[in-house]
Ligand binder design. Structure first.
Ligand SMILES: [Fe+2]
Length: 397
């Protein structure tokens, strides 16, 4: 039986900094600071290893987005001001590692030091929540002719899909680096044949173009004149065949005018940001108040159309409103259930427009720049984490 500590030393970043804090001529104390990277924490949570994830941010920061299963102590300000007692009242299990979390991974280092002084095996998450933006997990659903692998960017709530049938696969709304999809598909014996987006995204940088190139796959995109790169346009009613499956293109404008849903084998519906498990897409981005009203009307008609599909159809949305847990359970719901949840809004077009416009959430940060890059089909120079930081905000619920 390996010792507990060695179980956690398989793949940590292992930045072990040992330094003396000297003050004048007298060395006061010796502190140890350990960090782990996002990949390692993701691996621990995926493998369900015992670990305490301790979020030290202010409550309003945590309310924006958090790591599933993490616990919270509001210690950020106290730690930042040098309060040596800041972590004293925090009761933590001693038999497992603790990973401290802040926004950028700086103050969490101080928290880890304080816990280390108490004899805990404490690590700070390098890069904090900003770096966690790219963390992901998966969940799989088995359908008659195809398997749906939901690839969840848990640090942001973006849901993408690899739909595999026989030896071929389609990827929808890639939001992570191409390698992730290539590896997951290869592990299942799927060759990625088509890569598609449901619409031009405003909250994350689309990796679809890069993935299509890396996979040698065809890049399909709803027909529109917004994007400046080459793609194969797809239109309402068209069918995409792969393996033993068939995906029907269903135009569903409203959230954006090119928004499209994909209907798989009469069993599943990939709705992008048109329809969520308990909400609908916001119609106001890149729109004046009048335009938003017009787009809300268009969205109403699209939803009416989608809700005519069989009530047992599984809805796979483009976003989750909570950070997807490491529980391997797909975020999906039967269309009948989804329909019941929003029935009150859909009584009439007028009711719907009023209800939606009344509930518009704050605009996603940096969405102008993200849309600009997605229309150009390029990634920003350097680190994209600042640009993509924060929760998605494409949903009205
Ligand atoms: Fe969107």
């Amino acid at each position: 039986m390996p010792k507990a500590a060695s179980r956690y030393s398989i793949n940590p970043l292992n930045i072990l900094i040992v330094r003396d804090r000297a003050c004048g001529t007298q060395a006061r104390d010796r502190t140890h600071m350990q960090q782990i990277d996002v990949e390692t924490l993701q691996e621990w949570l995926t493998e369900d290893r015992p670990v305490t994830v301790l979020d030290i941010r202010a409550p309003e920061e945590r309310a924006q987005w958090f790591i599933p299963g993490s616990i919270h102590v509001n210690a950020y300000d106290a730690l930042k001001s040098g309060d040596a007692q800041a972590m004293n009242g925090v009761d933590l299990p001693k038999d497992q590692p603790v990973v401290t979390i802040c926004n950028a991974g700086k103050v969490s280092q101080v928290a880890a030091e304080r816990l280390h002084e108490r004899g805990l095996n404490a690590f700070s998450l390098a890069g904090g929540m900003k770096a966690w933006s790219l963390a992901w997990n998966t969940a799989e659903a088995e359908l008659q002719n195809a398997n749906v692998l939901q690839v969840r960017r848990t640090g942001k709530g973006c849901l993408s899909y690899i739909v595999g049938s026989a030896s071929e696969a389609v990827v929808i709304d890639a939001s992570l680096e191409p390698d992730v999809y290539l590896r997951l598909a290869a592990e299942r014996g799927w060759a990625i044949r088509y890569v598609l987006d449901t619409h031009v995204h405003a909250d994350h940088l689309s990796r679809s173009r890069a993935l299509a190139e890396a996979a040698g796959a065809k890049l399909l995109f709803p027909a529109q004149n917004r994007v400046a790169f080459d793609f194969i346009p797809i239109k309402d009613g068209q069918q995409i065949e792969f393996g033993h499956s068939r995906m029907t293109v269903l135009s569903s404008p409203g959230h954006t005018m090119e928004s499209t849903s994909y209907y798989l084998d009469g069993q599943a519906l990939f709705t992008g940001d048109t329809l969520f498990i308990s909400g609908v897409g916001r119609p106001d981005l890149h729109a004046s108040a009048d335009e938003a009203r017009g787009k809300a009307r268009v969205l109403y008609q699209s939803l009416r159309r989608l809700l005519e599909l069989p009530s047992g159809t599984l809805v796979f949305p483009g976003h989750a409103s909570e950070p997807p847990a490491f529980d391997r359970r797909p975020i999906a719901e039967r269309l009948g259930q989804v329909s019941d949840g929003i029935a009150a809004w859909l009584r009439s077009e007028g009711d719907f427009v009023a209800a939606i416009l009344d509930r518009i959430p704050p605009t996603p940060p940096n969405y102008f720049r993200i849309v600009e890059l997605n229309e150009a089909g390029i990634m920003p120079e350097g680190d994209a984490s600042e640009l993509e930081a924060g929760a998605n905000r494409c949903e009205v619920s």
